[in-house]
Design a protein around this ligand. Structure first.
Ligand SMILES: Cc1cc2nc3c(=O)[nH]c(=O)nc-3n(C[C@H](O)[C@H](O)[C@H](O)COP(=O)(O)OP(=O)(O)OC[C@H]3O[C@@H](n4cnc5c(N)ncnc54)[C@H](O)[C@@H]3O)c2cc1C
Length: 369
């Protein structure tokens, strides 16, 4: 395979809300961003990101009547293209972040050099892999099966209905508790006889009168049709070895999320579950010039609007970096593209050759003297 070499000021991984928002901002700043994304069924990657597997999005500001997920992502894409974003359809398989320019290698044979990198590779909801659960159009995903209660719980399809939540950890307790605001009743199906969730989350769910627990039970299939949606689940009790059909109108799979960060293991700091660590007051990772935005660095909010917001922040951070302005790092220090480090207390600058100088302007210094 011949290698196609490319060099860009800004490279963005991912065309979800975070990646395309970063593209809109950096394109408008004349930085000609290159955005890389591709289909990969095995890794659950789809250009456009997670909203491509949902139907109605009711909570994205600016769309008073709601909008279909894929249609919203097409709007993002067109807006990014309008300002000169270049989109490369390719699967990134390896990155080298040890020195700038960073190097990205794709399955299709590209070698992309990046002066700054914005990682917006998102996260994937974990699925059970059972019949009826698969994503649209193969299964009932987006049609009574969801992996996001905050996103889909308020939809008419789930209001005043019997809903099943699958899982026994914090995610499941949180989703079940949230769904009781809308559902007639919520049934938590858990394959063990006790929960894995933290005590505070367990207590909230166990004392909620709208939640019932179905213990030692696995969901083997989600029943229904694309026309009528979900009609029930096939349950298997692993203590009694019995199968039964449980009627319900919706199923929320709540067994956690997996950030798409395999590529960056050993190169970027992550938390214990693999989410990238960012500075908090900027989207900088621990490697100067590498920023992260959206669900890949956010295990808490996980919404399209927060992903888009952090994409905007990462873009502005990259612009500052390329302008040789200091960008806050997770350590509290600020770092410039040239390697100058402003100490966390803002009093000193450590130059690339190790020389330490005062960060006070001369007028301030003489006034203080
Ligand atoms: C079923 C469901 C319904 C939802 N509904 C709503 C809703 O109604 N409202 C709401 O606000 N939020 C909703 N969300 C959450 C929302 O989709 C996410 O918060 C948002 O998509 C995160 O955006 P992101 O850009 O960080 O990542 P993602 O949308 O996950 O996009 C990441 C992109 O990176 C690409 N990528 C990853 N790795 C690579 C690689 N190695 N090479 C190339 N490309 C790569 C992927 O293909 C993908 O396109 C829903 C989520 C789900 C699962």
């Amino acid at each position: 395979m011949t290698t196609e070499k490319m060099h860009r000021e800004v490279v963005i991984i991912g065309t979800g809300p975070a990646g395309l928002t970063a593209a809109i901002y950096t394109a408008r700043a004349n930085l000609s961003p290159l955005v890389i994304d591709a289909n990969d069924a095995e890794r659950q990657l789809i250009p456009g990101g997670q909203l491509m597997i949902t139907t109605e999005v009711e909570n994205y500001p600016g769309f008073a009547g709601g909008i279909q997920g894929p249609e919203l992502m097409e709007q993002f894409r067109q807006q990014a293209l309008r300002f000169g974003t270049e989109i490369l359809e390719a699967n990134i398989e390896r990155v080298d972040l040890s020195a700038r320019p960073f190097k990205l290698y794709t399955r299709e044979g590209h070698e992309v050099e990046a002066e700054t990198l914005i990682i917006a590779s998102g996260a994937s909801a974990k699925w059970l892999g059972i019949p009826g659960e698969a994503k649209v159009p193969a299964g009932l995903g987006g049609n009574g099966v969801s992996a996001c209660a905050t996103c889909d719980g308020p939809l008419p399809a789930f209001r005043n209905k019997r809903l099943v939540v699958v899982g026994g950890g914090d995610t499941a307790m949180e989703e079940a508790t949230f769904l009781t605001r809308y559902a007639a009743r919520v049934y938590v199906v858990h394959r063990r006889g006790q929960l894995r969730a933290s005590k505070i989350m367990q207590d909230k769910a166990l004392h909620n009168p709208k939640i019932e627990f179905i213990w030692n039970t696995e969901v083997r299939e989600i029943l229904g049709t694309m026309e009528d949606g979900v009609t029930g689940v096939l349950l298997y009790n692993n203590k009694t070895d019995e199968e039964s059909v449980f009627p319900c109108d919706g199923v929320f799979i709540a067994i956690g999320h997996k950030p798409n960060t395999e590529l960056f293991k050993g190169q970027l700091e992550m938390d214990e579950t693999g989410y990238l660590k960012t500075a908090g007051h900027s989207m900088a990772t621990n490697v100067p010039g590498v920023f992260a935005a959206g669900d890949v660095q956010d295990s808490f909010y996980r919404q399209a609007v927060t992903a888009a917001g952090s994409g905007c922040m990462a873009a502005i951070d990259a612009e500052r970096f390329l302008d040789s302005l200091p960008v806050p790092m997770p350590t509290g220090e600020e770092v410039t593209m040239e390697g100058e480090v402003v100490t966390a207390d803002h009093k000193k600058i450590i130059m690339p050759d190790g020389e330490v100088v005062s960060n006070k302007v001369e007028a301030e210094v003489s006034a203080a003297d």
